[in-house]
Design a protein around this ligand. Structure first.
Ligand code: COA
Length: 645
């Protein structure tokens, strides 16, 4: 794979030169790997792994060679891990995008009077999107600064520049993230999906930008056109809901015809997709709204009224179910939150400009995208519909508001709310399954140039000791002993968080060593074929904090068939959890997991109330982690050295 060099970001609001993601010291990563996995695999397997790891890391061994190559790569690139990570995390993945990969953001339920009211909302939303896009194109978005742990450092803004100008093109073995030049004139349209039909809404007509009222007029025309059953086209959006290889194969068939080629080209260049959904007929609650965002309820509901490859897809349902479903490869949930919160504030803060606006006089009728079908293509559509239906039936989702307390209570205990919630998730999992498993928690590394995320491995040995103390050993331990275990677990989690957000997590590093070996055409080193490594990458618990400051929430599916996806949104007085799993697994059940989580959170609060003597601050844990990284001879960005909590 060629090393892709990238220009550092330019622009007047981005004068910060961010440091490069560090390459952690080899020994540090190998030691951490062993301590992360020791308690998650059988002793015999662990001993085998230990011997393999020691051999890999010995002086003059394979590890040293690969580390040297990785350091060279780091010298030559702005971000040594970016391409490896993007391919491993997204582009190489073959599973269907809905549920398995695309996260959704669920907006507050709207109360539309009628269809026209929902179209007014949609026109206002698109006006907000255009305003936000203008801010991106003119580079006036203020730079984000880190909050929470190690607050205060500037963060990389690159992900914002990928919100509207990217497209995930399916490939037979690997997808491609296509990036259009920002502000490109080719990108002056959005695609509107209505009744599984796709329409082109040009945003610039006769060199004039459409006003909100014009957009509304065009949306009304689209809704009318979609109703015309004589011109109805087959539901081609379904193909994008399929496995990536299946979709790539189908696309190859489609593009043999010029009509299909043209329709695809228009979709692939659009700014975003707006899905005007009919009422789904489902009872409107948090869980059903989340399901409609993630998979549209299946081919017979809104599942075909989507184009899943497009990173920004806004959904406006006539029944008030609204939100976004996003192709994840160009940006993280935190950037999505910033964008959608801007839009929500725009929607509530700036009145609709319908009355006052003067319309572009002659608005051409929006074009309906046409498709050429053959019996073979009809079969492909049928197969995609069936596979989507299976996914829809399999998803077990539960959105739950834990209202007993929120992050303020946790802060009063002088604990990191995020670490506390992670420990509670471990307790819930242990309660349900009697063991801990490889856990993924996204840790932002946007402190670095083009930084995306690394992993906080929350199933620490300290967490295991605590969850055992609260369950198996409950009767034999005193409350103060349990409290000590809780503090140890919280401190271990906080330390790992700091290690990961400062670029010293182990997952990206191990991935880099693995991939560089492949580039060197070496036989895959045993450390990466070992059973423990395979288990370490099976994230049965896949978690992420996605906090919001306005009323909305994020959700996503599990990443393995027998796993849970758990997205949480800590608020001052409550905690919101979106838990997903698959009905097909006998090992999981979202409702049971939530019940265990609820019970554990209450027990943890009772324990804290009984015997917590809040430590003066989280500083001991945090500064220890920072010191360790410095001690390891690695270079932490100077900003981080100053801003430890
Ligand atoms: N005592 C009292 N308060 C504490 C504390 C302590 N010991 N430790 C932390 N806090 C406070 C923080 O100051 C912060 O306060 P604020 O709400 O006023 O900002 C708050 O508690 C939250 O901090 P914490 O719970 O420790 O979490 P965090 O905000 O540092 O977040 C991560 C931790 C790992 C979630 C974050 O670093 C991160 O990487 N986020 C990105 C995740 C992501 O990418 N998600 C999307 C994936 S698609």
């Amino acid at each position: 794979m060629p090393i892709l060099e990238r220009e550092p970001p330019k622009g007047r609001r981005e004068s910060y030169v961010l440091p490069k993601v560090p390459v952690p010291p080899l020994k540090q990563t190998l030691d951490m790997y062993l301590s992360c996995m020791k308690h998650l695999v059988k002793e015999e397997q662990y001993q085998k792994t230990k011997a393999i790891v020691v051999k890999f890391g010995e002086p003059g061994g394979t590890g040293e060679l690969l580390q040297k190559k990785l350091l060279e790569r780091s010298d030559k690139t702005y971000n040594w891990v970016y391409d490896y990570w993007l391919e491993d995390m997204y582009l190489n993945q073959r599973l269907a995008l809905p549920v398995n990969s695309n996260p959704a953001m669920v907006f507050p339920k709207q109360n539309f009077k009628d269809r026209k009211d929902s179209l007014r909302f949609a026109a206002h939303l698109i006006t907000g999107v255009l305003e936000y896009k203008e801010r991106i194109d003119t580079r006036v978005l203020p730079v984000d600064f880190a909050r929470g742990q190690l607050a205060g450092t500037p963060l990389c803004m690159k992900q914002y520049y990928r919100l509207f100008n990217t497209y995930r093109l399916p490939g037979h073995k690997r997808d491609t993230l296509v990036i259009h030049k920002p502000g490109s004139t080719e990108q002056e349209h959005i695609i509107v999906a209505c009744k599984n039909q796709f329409f082109v809404l040009d945003l610039v007509v006769n060199k004039k930008k459409l006003k909100e009222m014009d957009i509304l007029t065009q949306l009304e025309k689209i809704v009318k056109m979609a109703e015309n059953s004589e011109e109805r086209q087959p539901p081609f959006g379904l193909l994008t809901s399929d496995g990536r290889t299946e979709w790539a194969q189908a696309r190859e068939v489609l593009i043999k015809d010029s009509v299909n080629r043209e329709s695809l080209a228009v979709i692939e260049k659009c700014l975003c997709v707006l899905c005007l959904d009919n009422p789904s007929g489902m009872e409107v609650g948090d869980t059903s709204r989340a399901l409609l965002m993630l998979h549209g309820g299946g081919h017979d509901k809104m599942g075909a009224n989507r184009w899943y490859d497009k990173p920004m897809q806004f959904i406006v349902g006539e029944d008030g179910v609204c939100g976004t479903v996003c192709e994840h490869s160009p940006f993280e949930g935190i950037v999505l939150v910033a964008c959608t919160e801007y839009l929500m504030k725009f929607m509530t803060g700036s009145p609709s400009k319908m009355g006052r606006a003067t319309s572009v006089s002659e608005l051409p009728t929006p074009a309906r995208l046409l498709w050429k079908t053959t019996p073979h293509i009809q079969d492909l559509l049928k197969a995609s519909a069936e596979r989507l239906q299976r996914l829809v039936r399999d998803l077990d989702m539960d959105v739950h508001k834990f209202e007993v307390y929120g992050k303020e209570f946790i802060k009063k205990q002088k604990m990191s709310p995020d670490a506390y919630i992670q420990v509670a998730l471990q307790l819930a999992f242990y309660r349900c399954n009697g063991r801990l498993v490889s856990t993924y928690e996204s840790a932002s590394i946007r402190r670095f140039h083009e930084g995306r995320v690394d992993n906080i491995r929350s199933a620490t040995s300290e967490a295991l000791a605590f969850v055992k103390a609260m369950t198996d050993e409950k009767a034999s331990l005193s409350d103060s002993e349990k409290m000590k275990q809780l503090w140890d677990a919280i401190n271990a989690q906080t330390n790992y968080t700091i290690t990961a957000i400062t670029g010293f997590g182990i997952d990206n590093h191990l991935l880099g060593l693995r991939e560089i070996a492949q580039e060197l055409k070496m036989e895959r080193p045993e450390i990466f074929t070992d059973e423990t490594y395979v288990a370490s990458n099976q994230f049965i618990l896949s978690t992420s904090q996605v906090p919001t400051t306005v009323e909305m929430f994020c959700c996503y599916g599990p990443v393995v068939p027998n796993g849970y996806g758990c997205c949480y949104n800590p608020q001052s007085d409550h905690l919101l959890f979106s838990v997903t799993s698959f009905h097909g697994s006998t090992e999981t059940c979202s409702a049971v997991f939530i019940k265990a989580l609820d019970e554990g959170l209450v027990e943890m609060r009772d324990l804290c109330r009984k015997c917590n003597k809040p430590q003066s601050s989280a500083a001991p844990a945090a500064s220890k982690a920072v010191e360790n990284n410095q001690g390891a001879g690695s270079k932490l960005p100077s900003t981080l050295q100053k801003t430890g909590k």
